[in-house]
Design a binder for this molecule. Sequence first.
Ligand SMILES: [Zn+2]
Ligand SMILES: [Zn+2]
Length: 237
Amino acid sequence: MATRSLWQKLLAAVYPERCACCRKAVPCGMLVCRDCRAALPVIAPPLCPFCGAAKADCTCRARRRTTERIVAPFYYEGKARQAVRNLKFQNHPDAAEFLYTAMAETVRREYGGIRFDAVIPVPVSAATLRRRGYNQSALLAGGVAKSLGVPMEESLIKTGDVPPQRELPAYRRSGNVFGVFDRAERAALEGKTLLLVDDISTTGATLEECAKMLKIYGAQEVYAAAAAVSRLSKETK
Ligand SMILES: [Zn+2]
Ligand SMILES: [Zn+2]
């Protein structure tokens, strides 16, 4: 159960909180209904450091990446897919709490010994931000940062309004889609150990691009966390 203030409890009496996955009304602070919780596609450790899948399920052939490792609590399937889609496409920002709570648990378990200087969300374009009203990855990053007791820094920007990754031919995917704000932001990355947060990782391409950019500006190490990763390398985003 997530903790709730008296005000939140009163509010929930009028507007019931909803399951992050199926949107059924749930008791205040429960985040996910019992049926959905039982059906979550949890990734069981040990994890592959390169794709975040359970080692038993990994098909990535251990390709070395710019990110030190990637971890996620769930596969992008079933109930976890529902929750991510509610957050990302159905205008339910409240679904973030369930996902970032699970992410924070996984980060603690897998990255326990690492002292992060900041948590950085993968950015969305200005047009997406206008349309959606929020950056879903920033909601997740903010929750994880709070749980770890470190700041969230929105250091990255998505430059230009390019179509979603899947519509881009391979040669354009390595284009300079992400950038870093300004000189102050760049200076703040120097020598830092960062936790980069995205909602979903399918091929890991977006996290790679962001990690490269952070390293260009002097980040020492970039670890990644997503709410969900694909079990196979096929495109499902
Ligand atoms: Zn449910
Ligand atoms: Zn793997």
